[in-house]
Design a protein. Structure first.
Length: 556
């Protein structure tokens, strides 16, 4: 789409703090944030949020830091995350989020690379482990959670008069440095100004029809661009109500309690939902019940209501491709999952499949209003929009490599655009590998076909310098209850079906079933639940290189 169709121009774009001033004046007593803790929910009004954010700003001002100093937030999503982010903006500094699941090496790298002056520490899955990763000598402030016993307490930090003035940052000022989750190598610090990232947050309101009447769950990492833009920052512009999740164990309880009207997730969680439903109601029984007219709607309503997403008017998935069969499976339940695409480098604002179209499943949607997308001669998706990053922090050479001479962002995704303007990703340029026969293989489409077998929960197609590619995979919890003979039969049928549709050099030689799940904790998934392909290939290099006679191999 041409850039002259931008809905929100830089001249009328407001900063998040200007929106805070609006809400604290117009609806100070309206509940904005809802934070569950020990089964009890604490409500934060706009006035509460603004008052606490102003106190954070007062403390930061008292430090007499240079304007634009980097301030870190190291925490899972919570009310204090939002409050601190606003306080950093009010004080004229730059936020640097770190994933709550980050390891010692990543934390140390980011703190040093960004020259962080202060670190706010909050909710974690493993407090003892995560706190041990913080280097000695780093000034810290702890959010008000019982397990935190580091640095200045939140109650002491809040013991100060809030600032009373209303500073307004320049739109061209640097607002945040978001370090990529690093599926390969060291993370890069993506710089976004108030203009770049908030243009996306403001513009998405029109495309997704978001308003103050909406309710949203904030549970995907705020250190990641998608949650930051379409949940946190978008909430400043829309006034929508945000509720957090207390823990993984209370996830369903918290979603059911909030009944979100917009529900955004990632493929890994959508497939978990699917498998959880099938564990209670096998596919054959579900098919029968959905085929009975009188029971059809009752069953669908019961299932979706149990997930807590029955009042949603928009369901979405991003971060990685969601297998089309999974989307179609949910469509039968009335849950129409719209895929979207974006990167840290373009504020997660590229394309969206909104409104949902069943005939476009497998596509990542059309370009948002104001976003210009093209396919290069090499087949790469390239994008230009006001939300493109300023560049990589302290890395001008990498920045220059990432942009074309005419200002388009090189995304690294291969793709195509159909006659209706819908974009399809066909693979990652860096993930394409070459077999020993000198033939190139694009793994993503093959992986998508394998995932049509609901026994398979995770898969990685690999085979650099092998005669033929192979697939590493992990079974679902339900599939793990089956015998090896039953799984062999199922996977053999899948292998034959997948290979039948592939060119000879792409046909899989065999599949390897690994025992242990790939997780963030064991280093095989990024914080946004993408497979760290290079780590997986390195860790299982001996297995990958082994020649097996069987078509289905069980290891571990």
């Amino acid at each position: 789409m041409p850039l002259d169709t931008v809905a929100t121009t830089s001249t009328d774009l407001k900063t998040p703090v200007e929106m805070l001033y609006k809400w604290e004046q117009e609806c100070p007593d309206t509940v904005y944030l809802r934070q569950p803790l020990n089964g009890q929910v604490s409500d934060f009004t706009w006035l509460t949020v603004s008052t606490q954010a102003r106190k954070v700003a007062a403390q930061l001002r008292a430090m007499n830091l240079e304007p634009g100093s980097r301030i870190c937030i190291f925490s899972k999503n919570c009310a204090e995350w939002f409050i601190t982010d606003l306080g950093i903006m009010l004080a004229g500094h730059v936020s640097v989020p770190i994933f709550a699941t980050a390891g010692a090496e990543t934390i140390s790298y980011v703190l040093n690379h960004a020259d962080v002056k202060l670190m706010f520490v909050g909710r974690m899955d493993n407090y003892a482990q995560s706190l041990s990763y913080i280097p000695d000598g780093v000034p810290t402030v702890s959010f008000p959670y019982p397990e935190l016993n580091i640095g200045t307490s939140w109650s002491d930090y809040m013991d100060i008069a809030p600032i009373s003035d209303n500073p307004v940052p320049d739109l061209d000022d640097l607002m945040t440095i978001i370090y990529t989750s690093g599926s390969t190598g060291q993370p890069k610090g993506v710089m976004h100004s108030y203009k770049t990232i908030n243009w996306a947050a403001s513009a998405c309101l029109d495309d997704l029809a978001v308003s103050a009447a909406d309710r949203v769950m904030s549970y995907l990492p705020l250190a990641h661009i998608t949650e930051r833009v379409i949940v946190e920052l978008a909430s400043f512009y829309s006034g929508m109500q945000i509720s957090f999740v207390e823990s993984l164990e209370t996830f369903n309880r918290d979603v059911v309690a909030h009944r979100p009207t917009l529900f955004v997730s990632v493929p890994r969680l959508w497939t978990k939902f699917q498998m959880g439903i099938l564990a209670k109601m096998p596919q054959k029984k579900l098919n029968i019940l959905l085929s009975i007219p009188i029971l059809n709607n009752v069953i669908k309503k019961k299932i979706v209501s149990a997930l807590g997403i029955d009042q949603a008017r928009l369901w979405a998935s991003g971060s990685a491709p969601l297998a089309p069969p999974v989307i179609k499976w949910f469509e039968r339940l009335g849950v129409k999952i719209s895929e979207g695409w974006g990167m840290t480098e373009n504020s997660a604002f590229g394309t969206a499949s909104v409104p949902y179209r069943s005939d476009k499943v497998g596509f990542i949607g059309k370009a948002y209003n104001g976003v210009d997308i093209r396919i290069s001669d090499e087949g790469e998706i390239q994008v230009k929009a006001p939300c493109n990053m300023l560049g990589y922090y302290l890395e001008p050479e990498k920045t220059a490599e990432t942009f074309t001479e005419d200002g388009y962002l090189r995304t690294g995704d291969k793709g195509e655009i159909d006659a209706d303007g819908y974009v399809k990703i066909t693979g990652r340029l860096k993930e394409i590998f070459k077999t020993s026969k000198g033939k190139y293989v694009v793994p993503a489409p093959i992986e998508g076909k394998i995932l049509e077998n609901t026994n398979v929960e995770q898969v990685c197609v690999t085979g650099n310098n092998l005669p033929q590619p192979i697939a590493l995979m992990v079974m679902s919890e339900e599939a793990a209850k089956l015998s090896e003979d039953d799984l062999t039969t199922s996977l053999t049928a899948t292998l034959e079906k997948v290979n039948a549709g592939l060119e000879s050099h792409m046909k899989l030689d065999h599949v390897v079933v690994l025992k242990d799940e790939w997780t963030i904790d064991n280093g095989l998934l990024t914080p946004t639940l993408k497979v760290k392909r290079h780590v997986l290939e390195q860790q299982f290099s001996d297995i990958i290189a082994t020649e097996f006679k069987q078509k289905v191999v069980f290891v571990g």
